[in-house]
Design a protein around this ligand. Sequence first.
Ligand SMILES: [Ca+2]
Length: 143
Amino acid sequence: MVKPQRLSASQYVFGIGVLISFGSLQLQSDSSAFPAYRAMAVKQLHLVDERVKCTYCHVNATGGDPWNPFGQEIQDALTENFPQTLYEVLKEKNDADGDGYFDALEVFSGSLPGDKNTMPLVDAKTLKERFEKAGGFELFKPQ
Ligand SMILES: [Ca+2]
C-alpha cells in the first residue's frame, strides 16, 4: 500500500506560487483579449467592467463578426473616433433590439441594448424621467 506523503513547507509554498502565477497569466490573457473599444465603452458608459461581456455588442461570446443589433448600429456609424461614434449613436434614440426602450435608456438602466430578452425593470416613461434628471445624454459624452 502506498503511504500518502505530506508536502514540506517549501513544496507547499512553491505549489501555491505556481497556482497564483497561473491564475495571473489567465487573467492577463483574458483581459488582453478584450478589444480597446470595450474598455473605452465601459468607462464612457459608466458600466461595471466585470459584467460587460463581448455580447454587449457582439453575437458571439468571443466577439468578432457578427454584431447584435446595438453593435451593428455602432459598426455602421463607426468613425476613427469611437467614443464620439458611441455618443452619437446613443443620441439618435434608436431602439436597436425593439423592446420599447431606446438604447441610451438601456445603457443607463444596465440592461442590454442589443438583446430584446433583457430590458429595464422600470417602465420606459419613469426611466426616461430618471435618465433626464441624472443628466441625460451628457452622461455618455466623451471626456
Ligand atoms: Ca431596447
